[in-house]
Ligand binder design. Structure first.
Ligand SMILES: [Zn+2]
Length: 500
């Protein structure tokens, strides 16, 4: 377990602290440039943030977050965390809330809710959980803050921090309005985290999040004692001044009263016999290497997983070797990766994440046609796993088989239309085949899905100019009208906010 903040994180925090005033002064956000703008925001923060505006703010932050190096763009990890979240949300009071969980490349123990139901979960948090119910317990607590709309209601102990947070979030929205392609905004996750770590929720809010989280955890069938044991360990570490739990404990204050409240609730329930899913073991092992900051930390993580594997049996053993193999792929050491992979799959152990890794190793060994075969076999075995479909397309692209890649990607798009990466890959393959218009149109679809609307307008206009076909032109015009309407909606929303 890591016991200190990584240097890059400390740096990121410092940068983030400097970024907030910077963003306030950015020319992209003229309405917030002068300090005189702040009292207005102060008044605004006293009111409720409307759900629509909250969602737009959240989306704007996510546009930038996805470009942050701290954002772990791993389909298996994202899918796993969101499966847990969906199980919990099914038991949310009132129901019908949108939650999106994403993993963050950071070794410190932290999770944070942002406006609009976006929840970041640090790698360090996942790897410091001992059971899946502990992980679900933290996610449930964060969903509790979302369900109770604590950010929007400004239930912070320090109103000033809330004001700064809203101001910087608005700057993010303004930046995405202006195209959102500037390099200055790429550290937004660090910023959101820094703000989150300064924003202490009130005791009442913490209690509400606990209670809501607890009932979801129980409803979804996880062991409610997981929440108690994890928060208990955080409280202990924080009282011992150990770095790991500090950040989380600061933004979610753990009072004695809170702990005993949780303990009482857990005691009232009969013992749960929840068994950790196999996915949890593979996910935790992967994050163990992804959270490593620098070569030495990575080699240390690989070594530790190797020892752990030797001491374990069955799936736990396979998962630890899997983690080591992922580490060797990151080091681009195909021979070591292959050796660890062979141990992970020994005795015929099967898992979609293992299969996907096999494809990656074949690509690392520069055997793209073999990678295609492996990916196709795995996708046939687990047809519901979209990430394996994407592995097929990726391998086809690496093998320069772009026509086939396009067929595969179009199939994926019809089953999974909201995944931005599909359209990015379609644009790449069309570009390789010099299909100019389809390239631009897919690029526009990609930009739309990541919320970079002005960029979408721009490429559609380029497509419109290049097109010689009447029917194609009218279809591009229709798409342009749609995107422009979305741009206008956002601008109107922003202006409404400025008037307040
Ligand atoms: Zn909390």
């Amino acid at each position: 377990m890591p016991s200190r903040q990584t240097p890059s994180l400390r740096l990121r925090r410092t940068v983030a602290a400097a970024l907030i005033p910077l963003l306030l002064a950015t020319p992209l956000a003229p309405a917030f440039a002068q300090p005189a703008g702040l009292p207005d925001l102060g008044e605004m923060s006293a009111q409720d943030l409307s759900p629509l505006l909250e969602q737009r703010l959240g989306r704007a932050i996510m546009v930038e977050s996805r470009r942050d190096p701290a954002y772990i763009d791993d389909l298996d990890l994202r899918a796993y965390l969101n499966r847990i979240a969906q199980k919990l949300v099914a038991y949310a009071p009132g129901g019908g809330i949108d939650i999106e969980v994403f993993p963050v490349r950071d070794g410190s123990v932290n999770a944070f809710a942002m406006p609009g139901g976006f929840i970041g979960v640090n790698a360090g948090l996942v790897t410091s959980t001992r059971t899946e119910s502990e992980l679900a317990g933290v996610v449930a607590h964060e969903i509790g803050h979302v369900v109770q709309r604590h950010i929007a209601r400004g239930l912070s102990a320090q109103k000033d921090t809330m004001v700064i947070m809203l101001a910087s979030l608005l700057a993010a929205l303004a930046a995405s309005q202006a195209g959102g392609q500037g390099p200055e905004a790429a550290l937004v996750i660090g910023q959101a985290m820094a703000v989150d770590s300064q924003m202490t929720f009130s005791r009442a809010a913490e209690r509400e999040a606990d209670r809501t989280g607890f009932s979801m955890l129980q409803g979804a069938g996880f062991d409610p004692a997981g929440m108690v044991s994890f928060f208990g360990r955080m409280a202990q570490m924080s009282s011992l001044n150990e770095g790991t739990g500090q950040v989380f404990a600061r933004s979610h204050p753990l009072s004695l009263e809170r702990m005993s409240d949780m303990q009482n609730r857990a005691r009232e329930l009969s013992a749960s016999h929840y068994v950790d899913s196999i996915d949890y073991l593979y996910v935790r092992a992967k994050l163990r290497v992804l959270q490593a900051d620098g070569v030495n930390a990575l080699l240390e993580a690989i070594r530790a997983l190797g020892y752990q594997a030797e001491e374990s049996k069955g799936t736990a053993r396979s998962a630890a070797f899997y983690g080591a193999a992922v580490g060797w792929v990151l080091r681009k050491d195909a021979a070591q990766a292959q050796a660890a992979y062979a141990k992970a799959t020994a005795g015929g152990v099967e898992h979609p994440m293992l299969a996907r890794l096999g494809v990656e190793i074949a690509l690392l060994e520069n055997r793209p046609d073999d990678a295609v075969k492996l990916a196709q076999a795995a996708h046939a075995r687990w047809p519901d796993q979209h990430s394996l479909g994407l592995a097929v397309a990726q391998s086809l692209q690496r093998a320069n088989r772009h026509e086939e890649a396009i067929v595969e990607l179009n199939k994926l798009a019809s089953a999974w239309s909201d995944e931005p990466r599909i359209y990015q890959m379609l644009a790449d393959s069309h570009a390789k085949l010099r299909h100019l218009i389809p390239e631009k149109r897919n690029l526009a679809e990609y930009y739309r899905r990541v919320g970079a609307l002005p960029a979408a307008v721009e490429v559609l206009q380029q497509a419109r100019i290049a097109s010689k076909d009447f029917y194609e032109q009218s279809s591009i015009d229709a798409a342009l009208t749609d995107v422009k309407r979305e741009v206008d909606d956002e601008r109107e929303l922003l202006q409404q906010f400025r008037k307040n």
